[in-house]
Design a protein around this ligand. Structure first.
Ligand code: NAD
Length: 499
């Protein structure tokens, strides 16, 4: 096969509404970083600097939290009628939709998801906003019977939890911003959003669109920057709840930091998700789905199906077909609509994934596909790693245990149902899993036996704001999506009234 060559596409400038030197968004105003410092946002496809992002620190976070606190205590948002919150969120969805092309483009430029899948991912934003707009009018308490000797009426009131600190990763910048803010806003909370340093531009624009939609100043504040800004939110005495999506290690630091003020905490962390293919599976479905479960967005997906367990009678055929499928995937420029696989987000992540490409074979894994970064054909300016399939993987190898967050599939043969369930569960994570079989009884048994927050059967990756998503074990706690999501932004007050 000929070595791939990167299509030459001129580096685009940012759309007009995006600043090339960003500021924080605090109390409805563009605010200079008090550090007086900016850092570069780099296009991982070309290595070009596309913008400079304001470096946030504790002082900026203080200002943003004070603004969110004022907006919550005095401002009109928590006193908006539910139907007004609903109408505003629906307007926000329309505004996001009107800028859909720009938003997808900017996410692609900043974090490297190829433009066609990027457009698919951004479409989830409007879906989430409209879903939570609907729930804004459905929040309700209960009337509860009691056995008090005195004649007392008891009921519950549901109230917004208060000021929310939302700390998000880079692998879906605007998606994560909306996924955190929509239910918080529907519940009547105010927010300080801390985007990832590798995905700040569309969350900033999302904050501006909140204002344009009629969400009052101070309700959604955006402070950009690195971990320092996130850490300042995590232990801030005026933040009532932290909602975090990111790596397990950062999550642990945030949990520890939040303890001093006993914050409510939601944790959406990493995974090492098992994808189990039984011998009776429809391989025409299972092979492409298993491939895209790990190669999509170059494996930089929290629920990536990174451990593919294949029943021994079909193991060799499955590996051959997986390799064939992976080989045919089109690596290319992120702005080429035909591109399926783009770069890794940054130099640091690229080096980290490359280190696993060395560790795997050192531990005895066999490279069946890929295995080395692209260093020619124009790809060398960016951070490209081709789809990689590792065979002869054992459960105890680091590549089978640690979250690589790269396009690296580990294929592991198995012999029985009991064995594969035990091995699938033998991980510190529990975010997602999939099972491929035509046997409905086996499918149901596997769904129950697997310790993970999501299990797909004969499918991989479906998500919807109506369906809960979240982790068992060290993949986190709390659920996003489903009724639990909006619940997590509400307090419950018990009320007693003498009759
Ligand atoms: P990360 O943990 O490095 O960073 C996430 C966010 O935390 C960023 O905004 C970062 O600036 C901030 N941060 C860093 N240090 C901090 C600190 N000490 N205190 C507070 N905030 C801090 O994660 P990442 O590299 O951006 O994202 C990749 C990780 O996210 C992977 O592990 C992936 O599995 C996980 N992820 C999980 C889900 C999910 O829903 N479960 C979704 C997407 C990504």
């Amino acid at each position: 096969m000929n070595a791939p060559v990167l299509t030459k596409i001129e580096q685009p400038t940012l759309p007009a509404r995006y600043r090339t030197r960003t500021l924080h968004l605090i109390d409805g105003e563009q605010v200079e970083p008090s550090s007086g410092e900016w850092f570069d946002a780099v296009d991982p496809c070309s290595g070009a600097v596309i913008a400079q992002i304001a470096e946030g620190n504790a002082e900026d976070v203080d200002k943003a939290v004070a603004s969110a606190r004022r907006a919550f205590e005095q401002g009109p948002w928590s006193r908006f009628k539910p139907s007004e919150r609903q109408a505003t969120l629906l307007r926000l969805a329309d505004l996001v939709e009107a800028e859909f092309d720009d938003i997808a483009l900017v996410d692609t430029l900043e974090m490297g998801r190829p433009i066609t899948p990027s457009r698919g991912f951004v479409s989830m934003v409007t879906r989430a906003l409209r879903h939570y707009a609907g729930l804004a009018t459905a929040i309700h308490g209960e009337t509860l019977g009691n056995s008090s000797p005195v004649d007392l009426l008891s009921y519950t009131l549901r109230e917004p939890v208060g000021v929310v600190g939302a700390i998000i990763p880079w692998n879906g910048p605007v998606f994560c911003a909306a996924w955190k803010c929509a239910p918080a806003l529907a519940a009547g909370c105010t927010v300080v959003l801390k985007p990832s340093e590798k995905g700040s531009l569309t969350p900033l624009r999302f904050g501006e669109l909140c204002l344009e939609a009629g969400i009052p100043p101070g309700v959604v504040n955006v402070v950009t920057g690195h971990g320092v800004a996130g850490a300042a939110l995590a232990d801030h005495r005026d933040i009532d709840k932290i909602t975090f999506t990111g790596s397990c290690g950062t999550g642990q630091k945030i949990i520890a930091a939040s303890a001093g003020t006993v914050k409510r905490v939601t944790m959406e962390l990493g995974g090492k998700s098992p994808n189990i293919v039984f011998a009776d599976a429809d391989l025409d479905l299972a092979v492409p789905a298993a491939a895209m479960a790990i190669f999509n967005n170059s494996g930089q997906v929290c629920s990536a199906g990174s451990r593919i367990f294949v029943e021994r009678p079909i193991h060799d055929e499955f590996v051959a077909r997986l390799v064939e499928f992976g080989e045919a995937l089109r690596l290319g420029h992120t702005l080429d609509p035909e591109t399926q696989i783009g770069p890794i987000v940054s130099r640091g992540q690229f080096d980290r994934v490359c280190s696993y490409l060395e560790v795997g074979p050192q531990e005895g894994a066999r490279i069946a596909l890929g295995g080395a970064p692209l260093r020619e054909g124009g790809f060398e300016a960016g951070f490209f790693i081709p789809p990689t399939v590792l065979g002869s993987v054992r459960d105890d190898m680091r590549v089978a245990r640690e979250e690589i967050f790269g396009p690296v599939a580990c294929v592991l043969p198995f012999d029985s149902f009991e064995e594969v369930v035990a091995r699938a569960n033998d991980t510190e994570f529990g975010l997602a899993a999939a099972v491929w079989t035509r046997d409905i009884t086996r499918a149901h048994r596997a769904v129950k036996a697997i310790r993970a927050g999501t299990v797909w059967v004969n499918h991989y990756g479906a998500m919807d704001p109506a369906v809960p998503f979240g982790g068992y074990k060290m993949s986190g706690y709390g659920r996003e999506g489903g009724s639990e999501h909006i619940e997590s932004y509400l307090e419950t007050k018990g009320v007693w009234i003498r009759i």
